[in-house]
Design a binder for this molecule. Structure first.
Ligand SMILES: Cc1cc2nc3c(=O)[nH]c(=O)nc-3n(C[C@H](O)[C@H](O)[C@H](O)COP(=O)(O)OP(=O)(O)OC[C@H]3O[C@@H](n4cnc5c(N)ncnc54)[C@H](O)[C@@H]3O)c2cc1C
Length: 367
């Protein structure tokens, strides 16, 4: 077997998954990140694995990629020893325009053969009794799942270490064929560099400069308190007067509540308006959260791309991109890791991942 000397830059969910899979396959892997498993969007994320409810007309490649990755999730979670609840997702609509938007989404998904069921407000409350009276209709999406992102990151870091990944806790300044340069000027030689630094990737290789941008997201974490209503069993997504909000349950009785989306560069301030809107919208959907404790508020950058597909593939010989996962990096971790492993081995990448080849945006200039 060909054994490559691989340096993975970035230890979020994507870099950790790729490092783990590469090392487990026998490659020599060095992971370079000043704060692996904690430094990026993966630590903040809600944890939805939701290709169907993230589906949007015109983004069929994104849906196909997400569905393919979701199919790998049960085995991925089992190998890592983490829980993967199978209760699914419901979507709630508050006003008439929200209900009309759900109709469009349901119709679009039905034409693509996805499993979705329209529910009245009453039917929705029969499924999730803590949903409030202002919700007028809903959608049941059994295939969209969720994980605890922090449990996932801890498991991935441990699996990567167990597979022999070497960690270098330093930031990188530049990635080029044959070597990665740290900010202290030292270089690490490699056969393949995998660029997986999320929203920070654009600064590390010239081909990504105009292709990846930060998209700010704010997110809140709530803890149940004695006497408060229990959290829902499923992810509850909602449209509230055309704003979207989601609540993802945690095994400890908590909830993750997200998420705003702003073009605000690397701004990580949590704004008063953002928190106000998230809490007000979430309370319309699940009034019981008023009794929960607000234990964390945070903001971080997603790695946006021009077409909402990630960039997974060669930027030039010796430099692989695994970035631009925008709202779906947790969902897409298994298929991204599989594609990186295949590319390093010279094998064909999974069919659904071909659409994510960066050449679609670079015209192959940097290949
Ligand atoms: C609020 C919010 C909610 C989200 N919710 C969901 C969700 O429910 N489901 C879902 O699938 N996705 C969700 N996402 C998106 C998801 O979090 C990202 O797509 C995913 O985390 C990207 O993973 P990554 O490993 O590419 O990047 P990151 O997790 O951002 O990791 C990048 C890593 O690179 C490191 N790094 C940065 N600069 C350097 C450097 N110069 N040198 C070395 N290392 C460096 C950082 O320390 C970090 O560890 C959400 C994102 C946000 C912000």
């Amino acid at each position: 077997m060909y054994v490559a000397n691989v340096v993975v830059v970035g230890g979020g969910v994507i870099g950790l998954s790729a490092s783990w899979r590469l090392a487990a396959a026998g490659h020599a892997v060095t992971l370079v990140d000043p704060e692996p498993a904690r430094g990026g969007a993966s630590w903040l994320a809600g944890g939805m694995l939701a290709p169907v409810t993230e589906g949007w007309p015109g983004e069929e490649d994104v849906l196909e990629l997400g569905v393919a990755s979701l199919a790998s999730w049960p085995a991925f979670a089992a190998e890592l020893g983490i829980a993967l609840p199978t209760t699914g997702t419901v979507v709630a609509a508050v006003d008439a325009a929200d209900a009309a938007a759900l109709d469009i989404l349901a119709g679009h998904l039905a034409t693509l053969g996805r499993q979705v069921r329209r529910l009245s407000g009453r039917e929705l409350r029969a499924v999730e009794p803590t949903i409030g009276p202002s919700v007028r209709s809903g959608l049941m999406v059994p295939d969209d799942l969720f994980v605890d992102n922090r449990e996932l990151l801890r498991a991935l870091l441990s699996a990567a270490r167990g597979a022999g990944v070497v960690e270098v806790r330093e930031p990188v300044r530049a990635v080029a064929a044959g070597a990665v340069t740290r900010t202290d000027g030292r270089t690490i030689d490699c056969d393949v560099a995998v660029l997986a630094a999320g929203a920070w990737s654009a600064a590390l290789h010239p081909a990504l400069r105009s292709l990846v941008r930060p998209v700010k997201g704010e997110i809140l974490r709530l803890r149940g308190r004695p006497g408060a209503l229990p959290p829902p069993a499923r992810t509850v997504r909602a449209l509230v007067e055309s704003r979207s909000v989601y609540l993802v349950p945690r095994a400890d009785g908590g909830l993750v509540l997200g998420a705003t989306q702003y073009e605000a560069g690397f701004d990580t301030d949590v704004t008063v308006g953002g928190v106000r809107d998230l809490l007000a919208d979430a309370e319309r959907v699940l009034p019981g959260i008023a009794e929960y404790a607000l234990v964390e508020s945070a903001a971080g950058p997603r790695a946006g791309s021009r077409d909402n597909l990630p960039l997974i593939g060669w930027l030039e010989p010796g430099v692989l991109a695994a970035t631009g996962h925008h709202r779906n990096g947790l969902l897409l971790a298994p298929i991204t890791a599989a594609a990186v492993l295949a590319a390093v081995a010279g094998d064909p990448v999974p069919a659904a991942a071909r659409a994510a080849d960066p050449a679609r945006l670079t015209d192959g200039v940097h290949r």
